[in-house]
Each structure stands twice: as structure tokens, then as C-alpha cells.
Design a protein around this ligand. Structure first.
Ligand code: CA
Length: 224
């Protein structure tokens, strides 16, 4: 199971208590002691939330949060040792979602994690092309900020659909664009790849289904 909560805390005992509380509640925490490391880990994707200590050995938690916000909307709960720091956190100038003051109850912290994640899990607007970022040069596509692990044909298929949002592509049109060199491919080839692609998108979010099926016609992806 991929870790889904990142704990950024330089005191091993506290990190351990948090990790234990999260694990018993079914989360999969990962831990780092450094702000720079945390930013690198978040950039790679896969986390749902970050628990971030204000006092770290390299960067301050404030700085980490501010830098994280330049590329990610990931929810952040700050841990602070001093109630004076709360003003800065709740002032939201740094973009944190919540905070707890040390010493805190691990149970309360986990409850706050749950509240934030539940808020995010509420049904949102359907996904469309704007939920994706295509890096054509590197043959990479991100969905909701998470990198997708795509085969060559899955990549081309998704790239084709994304290049023309709301346009319905018939199976022959997709075959021509995605499998120009393959002679033995047929309609089933398209359907099979759409199926595996959908499974990979659902791995990011079980409810996600941005690829629309148009019966008797083909496939499209919406704009927004
Ligand atoms: Ca600390």
C-alpha cells in the first residue's frame, strides 16, 4: 500500500506516536525529518495530506508550507509547539488547512485528518481535460496532480482525447491516430485500452471517470 499521509517532524518520538495513531485508523503514513525532503516527496505525488511541524532542522514549517503551495493543493495540518504561532497559521497567510498545538492528543489529530479528507471526498465537479497536465516531451500525463503510469498506447490514447476536449472520437479515428503502425488492431483494441486507462484513473480516485462513452459512436473527454 502506498503511503497516503506524510509526517514531517524531526522529533522521532512524536513522529512515532502520530504514525501509530494514523496506522491504527487505517491510514498509511510515511515520515521525514526535513522540509526539503518533504517538498521533494510531495512533488512526486501519491499523498493525500501532510502533517507538518513548524520547527524543523532545515526549513521552518511555514516556509515548507508556503513553497508547497506554489505547486500543490495538498491539505496541510501544522504542528506547533507555541500557541503564539497559531496566529500566523490561522491567518492563513501560509495556506495551511488546520493546526494542532503541542502537546496534542494523537486522537484529536487523526480526527482532524479525517475531517479534512472527508471534506475533500465530497463529490466534486466531473473531471475533464483541465484535470490533466500533459508533458508531451517526457511522455507523461498527470491526473489531478498525480503522475499516471501509462503504457505507450495508453499515453497516446489519452493525449489524443485531451488534445480535443469534447470532441467524440470514433474507434476507427482513435485506431488511426493511436495505432497507426499496427495492422492487427481492431475496435476491441481501443475498448481494452480505454478500460485499463479508466482503471488507472480510478486508482487516483475511485469515483473518477473523465472518459465518456458515447454508445455506437466512441469516446470523449470533457473540457472542465
Ligand atoms: Ca520540531
Amino acid at each position: 500500500m502506498e503511503p497516503n499521509i506524510l509526517i514531517v517532524e524531526d522529533e522521532p518520538a512524536i513522529a512515532e506516536i502520530i504514525a501509530y495513531a494514523l496506522t491504527t485508523e487505517g491510514f498509511h503514513p510515511s515520515h521525514t525529518e526535513l522540509g526539503e525532503k518533504a517538498l521533494a516527496l510531495v512533488a512526486k505525488g501519491a499523498f493525500k495530506l501532510v502533517i507538518l511541524d513548524v520547527g524543523l532542522p532545515d526549513l521552518s514549517g511555514f516556509e515548507v508550507c508556503r513553497r508547497l503551495r506554489t505547486f500543490s493543493d495538498l491539505p496541510v495540518i501544522m504542528l506547533t509547539a507555541r500557541s503564539e504561532e497559531v496566529d500566523r497559521i490561522v491567518g492563513l497567510e501560509i495556506g495551511a488547512d488546520d493546526y494542532v498545538v503541542k502537546p496534542f492528543s494523537p486522537r484529536e489529530l487523526v480526527a482532524r485528518v479525517r475531517v479534512i479528507l472527508r471534506r475533500l471526498d465530497r463529490p466534486q465537479a466531473p473531471d475533464g481535460a483541465s484535470s490533466f497536465q500533459v508533458d508531451a516531451a517526457k511522455h507523461r500525463i498527470q491526473f489531478r496532480g498525480r503522475p499516471l503510469d501509462l503504457t505507450r498506447y495508453e499515453f497516446r490514447l489519452l493525449q489524443t482525447l485531451l488534445a480535443h476536449p469534447e470532441q467524440v472520437f470514433t474507434r476507427p479515428q482513435l485506431l488511426e491516430r493511436v495505432w497507426p503502425e499496427a495492422e492487427e488492431s481492431g475496435d476491441r483494441t481501443v475498448d481494452t485500452h480505454v478500460k485499463t486507462l479508466r482503471a488507472k484513473l480510478r486508482a487516483v480516485d475511485a469515483e473518477a471517470d473523465p472518459i465518456q462513452t458515447h454508445r455506437g459512436l466512441g469516446y470523449s473527454i470533457g473540457k472542465v
